[in-house]
Design a protein around this ligand. Structure first.
Ligand code: TMP
Ligand code: ASP
Length: 237
């Protein structure tokens, strides 16, 4: 596969065109950002760790019958993905209260959420990713009612697969953000799944093992991402 021009550079990943109009190369960089890009740093090995982490999780989801854009790892920091028409809405599922939910509703961090919550956010840094609901998404044409129903169903199916996976490594999947796109008529999971876009806690100590280590200056960010991966059976050598 031939790598062509850069199409788009996000805060932590870049997307390149290829000789196949339906395939992109996704490059995981070492750049790390938080708070809508206000806090930025380069963390050595992060691109490689997140590329392998994402490949492992996407393959598990695919094996469970959830359609994803992931096709194959190309190099340490690159993967081949299907070209999706992205839906600019982020889907967040929460099993425990943390982050913006605690700030918004004044609930204590760590409160178990049964059933888990499902929230939508508009993907827009300038507006700080405001929370939206399904009627906004439909009214502004970001996603149809039918797309939204599929996104919600797939988001909860991801929860079933990944809660069990993290549990096997003595970890809690606290919350996570997913992005979807269209490939032909199908709604497909896009973007990435890595410790950058979810919260993971150790089951017994509740030690934070995700990007909150970077947001909250807790240290050992990538070392901890690697520990999460190793507990799932991923090798980073
Ligand atoms: P929040 O608590 O800030 O709303 O985030 C919930 C989860 O979704 C958390 O794991 C971080 C992730 N997330 C992102 O990775 N990017 C985003 O833009 C948003 C809104 C959430
Ligand atoms: N990665 C996003 C940003 O840079 C969201 C976050 O994780 O805080 O703002």
């Amino acid at each position: 596969m031939e790598k062509r021009d850069e199409l788009y550079a996000g805060k932590a990943k870049s997307v390149y065109l290829t000789d196949d109009p339906d395939r992109y190369i996704m490059v995981f960089r070492d750049d790390t950002s938080a708070f809508d890009g206000q806090k930025k740093e380069k963390l050595a090995r992060k691109g490689m760790v997140n590329n392998r982490f994402n490949a492992f999780v996407m393959e598990k989801l695919q094996a469970a019958g959830i359609p994803t854009h992931f096709e194959r790892v190309l190099s340490d920091t690159e993967s081949v993905v299907k070209r999706l028409d992205m839906i600019p809405v982020e889907c967040v599922v929460r099993n425990f209260a943390a982050g913006s939910l605690c700030r918004r509703l004044g609930v204590e961090e760590g409160l178990a959420l049964n059933p888990p919550t499902f929230e939508l956010f508009l993907k827009n840094d300038a507006l700080h990713d405001p929370m939206i609901n399904e009627s906004h998404a439909a009214a502004f044409g970001w996603a149809t009612e039918s797309d939204l129903a599929t996104m919600r169903t797939l988001s909860f199916r991801v929860n079933d697969v990944l809660k069990a996976l993290f549990d096997q490594g003595d970890m809690l999947l606290v919350d996570y953000k997913l992005e979807f796109g269209r490939f032909g008529n199908e709604i497909v999971l896009g973007d990435e799944f890595s410790p950058d876009g979810c919260r993971i806690w150790d089951k017994s100590t509740r030690k934070k093992m995700d990007k909150d280590r970077f947001r909250q200056d807790l240290g050992d960010v990538i070392e901890t991402y690697e520990e999460v991966g190793r507990r799932l059976g991923i090798s980073f050598d």
